[in-house]
Write a protein that binds this ligand. Structure first.
Ligand SMILES: Cc1cc2nc3c(=O)[nH]c(=O)nc-3n(C[C@H](O)[C@H](O)[C@H](O)COP(=O)(O)O)c2cc1C
Length: 147
């Protein structure tokens, strides 16, 4: 079975909320989805063995959270070339983190990225859950080579 790993970095839970909806969308496509808080990723091997990766962080002070940055350095020790990828994150006004994560996955890890990063202000608001689920479905379809 195809498997996706979703790693999120959050302070207040909004980015975790996005991760949950993405996971739901991936599962709707019949793909296994595992969610992990970045604080539980201790070494590069914790990231091994998946077909798709979604990395998400909220934006604080114009940046991704430090835990996510540390995890990206760990991921740089793995061979993720050609794996399906996506990025996401909650934000307040500028939302730089998802774009920076996306660019790292695309340009450094050479992953097969979905078309754009997902930025959602308030995942607990009606309507936004569906957008995050759709992002998960896109990942599932890309894995199954339907798009
Ligand atoms: C101290 C502080 C700094 C922030 N800096 C930014 C920022 O630079 N850009 C932005 O878009 N949002 C910023 N935010 C808003 C958060 O990204 C937003 O509240 C988000 O929903 C938090 O997601 P989380 O619950 O996953 O941590 C900031 C919030 C705080 C409290």
């Amino acid at each position: 079975m195809l498997k996706a790993l979703i790693v999120f970095s959050t302070r207040k839970g909004y980015t975790e909320g996005i991760a949950k909806e993405i996971a739901a969308g991936i599962r709707l496509e019949g793909v296994e989805a595992k969610m992990v808080n970045v604080i539980n990723i201790k070494k590069a091997e914790d990231l091994e063995g998946y077909d798709a990766y979604l990395f998400g962080s909220a934006t604080y002070g114009g940046q991704m959270m430090r835990g996510m940055e540390t995890m990206l350095f760990m991921a740089d020790n793995l061979d993720l070339e050609g794996k399906v990828g996506g990025s996401f994150g909650a934000f307040g006004w500028s939302g730089e983190a998802p774009g920076r994560i996306f660019d790292t996955m695309k340009n450094i890890f050479n992953m097969d990225m979905v078309k754009e990063p997902l930025r959602i202000k308030n995942i607990f608001k009606k309507g936004d859950k569906e957008i995050a689920q759709e992002y998960g479905r896109e990942i599932g379809k890309k894995l199954k080579k339907e798009i």
